[in-house]
Write a protein that binds this ligand. Structure first.
Ligand code: GLY
Length: 368
């Protein structure tokens, strides 16, 4: 069985982390077979640590799937389940998810459903998955164009945060992860936000300290409410509109937004909404918006996109029945959940978003 409580997930980080993880697998998990799930990109860019991880193990089966959120589908699950069946995976087998958020989402889901649950380990290779996606037991796939519509909570046995992976990332990938760091600070930790608000993305060198702080904040939230019955929803700040942008972009753009890029724009709109609904002060709103515009790429939308965006917003699983609920900010570093709003106010925010004055350099290149 997979771990039920996040407390039991082991974290390995730092220089010796790969050796320690391998000892943990051999001594504690003793799998009969190890399946490594990865994607084309990870296989290409993270080959050296990948070889280090598999050295010394027998019975390793590697499953490579196509990369990108657009492949986080039932069809990819079928491919993976078929590989597991073909290679006679048993309930003593272990799955290692090596890749970004898409891999830990789909790998955790496949592991949790195959034969009612195999143990799994996450080795996140992107900043986004190190600080958010791989931590906290949310697994799932997109379905009928809606993000994470099918999924289960299921916690990994272990997570390996291996610093050198950060060096393999391009700027877009790093910014995408940085958006989740900003989200965690804005939603949960005023002093962390104050520290970040004085930083410029381009000047950050010490990623490891930011990663550790973000994970530690996230774990406090997850441990308090592992199955998101209430409090954990604070981590969804920026995600209702962010997911709508992401789904929209996946459908219409040749180069779709990365998850964090969409969340950054979602945070922008939901900061405006916070100003109207949950008491975020004018000067705080302006400061956050300026910071987001300075550090992330603005994504252009047109009025014609609104009906489709609202479809996605209504389908968001955080909306119970027909109610329209958001996680918003009451002040920087403090998110409040279940904030009821209506279509008119959200439309007003989206219109304000469209009208933001953006320097051409920060505008994206994938307009439609
Ligand atoms: N990504 C938000 C959460 O894990 O709850």
């Amino acid at each position: 069985m997979n771990s039920i409580f996040p407390d039991s997930t082991q974290f390995f980080t730092g220089k010796k982390s790969i050796i320690l993880l391998k000892e943990f697998i051999k001594k504690e998990l003793q799998p009969d077979k190890i399946f490594i799930l990865t994607d084309e990109n990870t296989n290409k860019f993270c080959l050296k640590p990948f070889k280090k991880i598999i050295k010394g193990f027998d019975n390793i089966i590697i499953i490579i799937i196509a990369s990108g959120e657009q492949n986080k589908t039932l069809a990819s699950c079928e491919t993976i389940w078929s590989e597991l069946a073909h290679n006679k995976a048993t309930r003593k087998s272990l799955i290692i998810n090596l890749g970004g958020g898409m891999i830990s989402d789909i790998g955790g889901f496949v592991a949790s459903t195959y034969k009612r649950g195999l143990k799994y380990i996450n080795i996140p290779t992107t900043l986004l998955s190190q600080v958010d996606a791989s931590v906290g037991g949310k697994t799932g796939i997109d379905f009928k164009g809606v993000k994470n519509m099918l999924g289960v909570f299921s916690f990994p046995e272990a997570i390996l945060i291996y610093p050198p992976f950060i060096e393999t990332l391009d700027e877009r990938q790093k910014k995408s992860g940085y958006a989740e760091i900003i989200k965690t600070a804005l939603a949960c930790d005023k002093s962390f936000w104050q520290q970040l608000s004085e930083l410029d993305f381009n000047e950050i060198i010490d990623w490891q300290t930011l990663i550790n702080r973000t994970i530690s904040i996230k774990l406090q939230v997850v441990n308090a409410d592992p199955f998101e019955s209430g409090f954990r929803k604070v981590l969804n700040f920026g995600h209702t509109i962010g997911h709508a942008f992401e789904s929209y972009s996946m459908k219409h753009d040749n180069t779709p937004l990365l998850h964090g890029e969409a969340v950054a724009m979602g945070m922008l709109c939901e900061t405006m909404l916070s100003n109207k609904i949950s008491g975020l002060k004018n000067e705080e709103t302006k400061f956050i918006i300026d910071y987001l515009l300075k550090n992330f790429n603005y994504y252009s939308i047109k009025l014609e996109a609104f009906p489709e965006l609202f479809n996605y917003i209504f389908q968001d699983k955080k909306n119970e029945a027909d109610e329209f609920q958001f996680t918003l900010l009451s002040s920087p570093g403090r998110a409040v959940v279940n904030q009821k709003t209506n279509i008119e106010i959200v439309t007003q925010c989206l219109k304000e978003y469209i009208n933001l004055k953006v320097e051409p350099a920060s505008e994206n290149h994938f307009l439609f």
